[in-house]
Design a protein around this ligand. Sequence first.
Ligand code: G3I
Length: 588
Amino acid sequence: MMKKTKGFARFTLILTLMFMLGSSSVLADVSKQPSLKEIYKDYFDLGVAVNNRTLVTHAEIIKHHFNSITAENEMKPEALQRTARNFDFSSADRMVEFAQENGMKVRGHTLVWHAQTRDWFWRDGRNQLIYEKDEITAEDRALVQRRLEDHIEGVMSHFGDAVYAWDVVNEAVSDGGTIHRPDSPWYMILGDEFMKIAFRKAHEVNPNIILFYNDYNSDHGYKRGRTLQMLQELLDEGVPIHGMGLQGHWSVDGLTIAEIERSIRMYADLGLEIHITEMDVGMTGFTEEEQAERYRQLFEMFKRNSDVITSVTLWGVSDDASWRGDENPLLFGRDHQPKPAFWAIVDTDKPWYVNKAEYTKAAVLKDSTGQAVGELMPGTFNLADLDFDLAEVTALELEKGHLISFYAEENAQGDAVHFVSTKDFDGAAVAAQTKSLVVRAVQADNIALNKPADANFLADRAGRAVDGEPVSSWAPNAEPPYWISIDLEGTYLLSRWAVRLQGTSVLAGQVEESPLNAADFALQVSLDGENWQDVDVVEGNIKSVYDKDLNLVEARYVRLYVTKPTSLDHNQRLGVHELEIYGTPLAD
Ligand code: G3I
């Protein structure tokens, strides 16, 4: 049904040549990346907003990761019917052609909107804006209704079933107290009838198409109630609305996952299919890792609600092609490479850096010239099987959250030494003493939580320091030194520790620094609970939260040993609100 356009091939060739030079990395690595559409195929369609430039420059990413596209601008009223009765489908047809050639669906965005719509729709016979007239006549309304219906008929007849779903009406609900936007010409001229006219016409033109109402912030309390009320009233009148499009222009902070999930369920309870239609997560003021965690939590929630969510569309391929500019809200960076946010949604049960290492590499081993002599994925390797000589290695680069352990015997048996990234690695010495190695992710959770605790004072309250409750504390007030020891109930490789001190308490004002915080103390480890070794000695501390990475060390037991409980000589009261130990289990 959709008319072929001749210029697409030539158009593609020109743009491809233009951008191949600038973004050859896009074509190089994409096929090795885990395909998002494959990962999510049993949950929902995975879509992306495209424009005629990104359709060429990002074609490989679009084809490899997505099975649905939305035209970012090319199917809006101003693009398709710029002047009355002059439809121009050329740009949009290129996109539909691309989708059909690559087995992708097309979401239509959007038939009726107050923006990106030429105002001839709303002018009377004397070229006056109808909504500015003192009186709007029945003739005026009939004229505008006909234009609205003709637009819907012209567009949907052209695309037919090639566009399986349409955002029939976009952003009709006000951000103020009323239901409808008072500034929408459609509403000003036709009242709330325009919604009924639009959806009924769309359904009449093609009853096969899924018809959506699409809006932003419909998951926010201030707008959700009025949107639900509007939809309920329309559905009660039998208006053919099939789905709710939640745009999903989110940020790293803002609405909680629970609030968004609650909104999704409330729209679904109207009997509506849910599409996340324009997702992006602005990261201004946050790190890429914080953005990744937000994406991970959102997709974890989407999967949980895939009984009602049937499509999730990202509003752009890469940050350089986002309407949100420097907020860098998307999965692919300005270099068109996957960001931590991409890796985070590859498997929402694992940290982004674990997923990334499993698909790319976890360790790079370099020689004295700085050249990479070897790359390793996570796993166990006998030195004899390596395709490089460990003796030449003088530097190790481990992916975040990973470590490399060298074992005296083959197959990760016998005594071991452990490393994270280091620039002074003596490969020759290690190669002489070891026969195998393991590259693994460091478990990121607190391994001291709720483990058996003992202490030289108030031993019966020592458990309060590892109960996960920031309010409770172990607080001896006698004669230092004080110690508290934790049995980790297994041998671990410690990589980080943190202690939350008196200043974190509500009584002390939850301040970042205080003289009431432990001043001189040490973290000690032991394999037998008798012989202790200092692994981090601290003097003159005033921080309320002391948090430090450790040179990897094996431990079964850990002990906090405090020699000066505050910076004030006369005050011997120690407050330990939480002692946290991070590491990874070592096979016993
Ligand atoms: O095509 C013209 C070009 O000829 C001109 O040289 C250039 C400079 O002015 O402007 C180009 O038009 C721009 C158009 O995007 C195409 O790039 C418009 O100025 C610009 O305003 C328009 O922005 C679009 C915006 O909607 C307009 O409201 C964004 O790309 C698009 O991502 C955004 O998408 C909307 C959804 O449709 C609805 N939900 C909100 C979402 C974000 O605003």
